[in-house]
Structures are given as structure tokens and as C-alpha cells.
Design a protein around this ligand. Structure first.
Ligand code: RAM
Length: 363
């Protein structure tokens, strides 16, 4: 009996040692070579390996993308890797320019590309080519519509896209009150996957009877260009004399629309809301032209994007549903199917911050 027990203890001990060894191997001790842990096992992404990458914004003339790049550089430094090169077209209208940068990255043979897609489906052949060449393709801010079917491993969503419509509808209701009124959307470029998803979500949210007095009269595009957006805002006011609100789900559009309303002394008549950078909006929030708007941290978005991409490119994280990892100071994330696309995976950063005169100065 005693002999049996000793034997059992030895066998059990051996099994434990073997399990521990297997776990150590899985945890990526061998860097990119080791098999990444499967879903359900939390991976702490660790530095030590280099990763060459390109961080591609919609355009380089938009300060939110500089903030995102600052976050990506912070993450690279933390992980001891070379920061990705920040390359984008000079303006958001230059869609061809963005596609060309993705294609060049394939020629350069980098390890990873991180893109805020401004070219809708037109980016897909280049993204697929990148993945075929062994490059990790991660989108952030604005996804690749066909996701995994077009070479994308993961989309780093700033917020839950299915919440954006309601957040905007709620701000419109807050500003116009129960009696509602006419409002119009001033968007970015017509091919921006993020804005198009948010607009679609807002249209769906408006079906709720609580928003029945909010009447969406038009959607126009200012191309994330301050002048175009300014002109589009004025054109809306000319075309719709009863317009009470311009909802701009773009940091460029909202600031331009608020400036246009201020310049024309229209602030009391036509309010402006949407997604804005607090530093751009502070003056318009305090003077009542844009009393309420929302956003998230672009610095954190860039930081999280770099971490997730690094985890995938170095083989520490598998880009599969259920994979869990810890991304430095932002904590834990789980990869899940993206409900806004047919075949894409996402992680959601969140949350929104809603800004009013109470907090816009701290933003
Ligand atoms: C602009 C860009 C960006 C979007 C924000 C809200 O800066 O279009 O993609 O996320 O607005």
C-alpha cells in the first residue's frame, strides 16, 4: 500500500514537471518560434525582440494621428523595439497615396503594418499582398472592411462601433431637447470605413421612438479637410433654413463647423456636436457653439495598437477569437469577432469621454 502511494506520488510529480515545461515552452520563451498560447490563456506581452513596422494614418495633416503615433512610440520604447516609421499621405483625400504606402511596405519587407484605413475596399489587394509576404497587418481607428478575408489579423477599435450611433443620438437629443428638430451629418471622406460605420449605426439608433423628433435631413462630406468642412457646414445652413444641429463624427469636421457657425454669428441658431479633440473645441464649448461632444484617447489607441501588433508579429499572441493578452499600462484585452464586419477580429479599447463646459478644459 505504502509502495503504491510512493509510486503514485512520483508519477504525479513527473506529470506536474512535464506540464510546467510545456507551459514554459508555450509562453513564448523561444520568441517568435514558440507556439503562442491558445484562447483563454492570458499572455503578458514582453519585449526584447525587434519589430520593423510602418504606422499609417489617414493623413499626416491631422493632429489626432500625431497623438496616436506618440502612443505607438511610447509602446515601442517600453518593449525595447525600434519605433515604427510614421508614413501617411499629406491629406485624407489622397487615398491612392495611402495605398501606395502599404504597397511600399511590402517591397521593404517590414514585419508589420498598422493602418487607419481611409481607402475602404480599395486597400484590400495591398493588405492581402502584405499578409501573403508574411507581414502582420493590423488596422486601428478605421478597419479594413473584409477583415481576415483581405489579410487583416486584427482591428484595434477605439470604442464599440455599435455604441457610437447611440452616443451621437443622445448628444443630439440632449442639445435639441424633446421637441427635436432638423439636423445634418458632416462626415470625413466618403470612403472612411469608421465614419461610414458610425453613420449607419446612428441611423439605426434613430429608429428608437425616443429619438422620433430628431430629423436627419442630409449627410455631406468635408473630407477631413478644414476648408472643405467649413464650406460644407455653411452650405448646409444655406440649404436647410430650419437646421438646428450639425453632427460631425470627425475631429476635423466638428472644429471647422463650429468655427463656421461662430464666424457667421449662427451659434445660437445652429449647434455643433460630434467627435472632437478637446484642445480644438475648448473655445467653442465654452462659448456655446458646440456645448457637447465626445472622443477617446488617440495616444492610448496608438499605444494599444503597437502592443497588439508586436504581440502578434513576435508570435506571443495568436490572432484568434478568445486570445487574451495584457498590453502594458492599458491592461487586459480579449480578441473577439467584430460584430460590425462579416469576417474580422477586433479588440475594443473604449470608453468614450463626453465633454461639456464642465470638463473640456481638462481634456
Ligand atoms: C478624424 C479622423 C479619424 C476619426 C476622428 C473622430 O480625426 O477621421 O479617423 O477617428 O476624426
Amino acid at each position: 500500500m505504502k509502495k503504491h502511494r510512493t509510486l503514485l506520488a512520483v508519477v504525479a510529480g513527473l506529470a506536474l514537471v512535464m506540464a510546467a515545461c510545456a507551459e514554459e515552452q508555450q509562453a513564448g520563451g523561444g520568441g517568435g518560434q514558440a507556439e503562442a498560447p491558445g484562447p483563454g490563456e492570458l499572455v503578458t506581452i514582453e519585449g526584447g525582440e525587434d519589430m520593423s513596422g510602418v504606422f499609417i494614418p489617414k493623413a499626416t495633416d491631422n493632429p489626432v494621428f500625431d497623438q496616436a503615433n506618440d502612443g505607438a512610440v511610447e509602446a515601442a520604447e517600453e518593449l525595447g523595439a525600434e519605433p515604427a516609421s510614421f508614413e501617411g499621405p499629406p491629406s485624407a483625400e489622397d487615398i491612392e497615396g495611402q495605398i501606395q504606402i502599404m504597397t511600399n511596405a511590402v517591397t521593404q519587407g517590414v514585419d508589420a503594418v498598422m493602418i487607419s484605413n481611409n481607402a475602404a475596399e480599395q486597400i484590400e489587394p495591398a493588405a492581402q499582398q502584405a499578409q501573403d509576404a508574411g507581414i502582420t497587418v493590423v488596422s486601428w481607428d478605421s478597419p479594413i472592411p473584409s477583415g481576415a478575408d483581405a489579410g487583416e489579423s486584427l482591428f484595434v477599435a477605439q470604442v464599440d462601433f455599435d455604441e457610437t450611433g447611440e452616443v451621437m443620438a443622445d448628444m443630439a437629443l440632449d442639445l435639441l431637447g424633446e421637441e427635436g428638430g432638423e439636423f445634418a451629418i458632416l462626415s470625413a471622406t466618403p470612403d472612411a470605413a469608421n465614419q461610414n460605420a458610425w453613420i449607419e449605426d446612428m441611423e439605426a439608433a434613430l429608429e428608437d421612438p425616443k429619438y422620433e423628433n430628431l430629423e436627419l435631413v442630409d449627410t455631406v462630406y468635408g473630407n477631413d479637410d478644414p476648408e472643405d468642412s467649413y464650406d460644407q457646414a455653411l452650405a448646409l445652413v444655406d440649404q436647410y433654413p430650419d437646421l438646428q444641429l450639425i453632427m460631425a463624427p470627425t475631429t476635423v469636421g466638428i472644429a471647422a463647423a463650429a468655427e463656421a457657425m461662430q464666424d457667421e454669428d449662427l451659434c445660437g441658431q445652429v449647434l455643433v456636436s460630434g467627435l472632437g479633440l478637446p484642445s480644438d473645441m475648448v473655445e467653442f464649448t465654452l462659448n456655446g457653439c458646440a456645448p457637447e461632444f465626445a472622443l477617446w484617447s488617440f495616444t492610448d489607441l496608438g499605444y494599444l495598437t503597437y502592443y497588439a501588433t508586436y504581440g502578434i508579429a513576435t508570435g506571443q499572441v495568436q490572432a484568434v477569437e478568445g486570445a487574451q493578452f495584457e498590453a502594458g499600462r492599458l491592461g487586459e484585452y480579449t480578441i473577439e469577432p467584430d460584430p460590425t464586419r462579416d469576417n474580422g477580429l477586433r479588440i475594443v479599447m473604449g470608453p468614450f469621454t463626453v465633454y461639456t463646459e464642465e470638463n473640456v478644459e481638462e481634456g
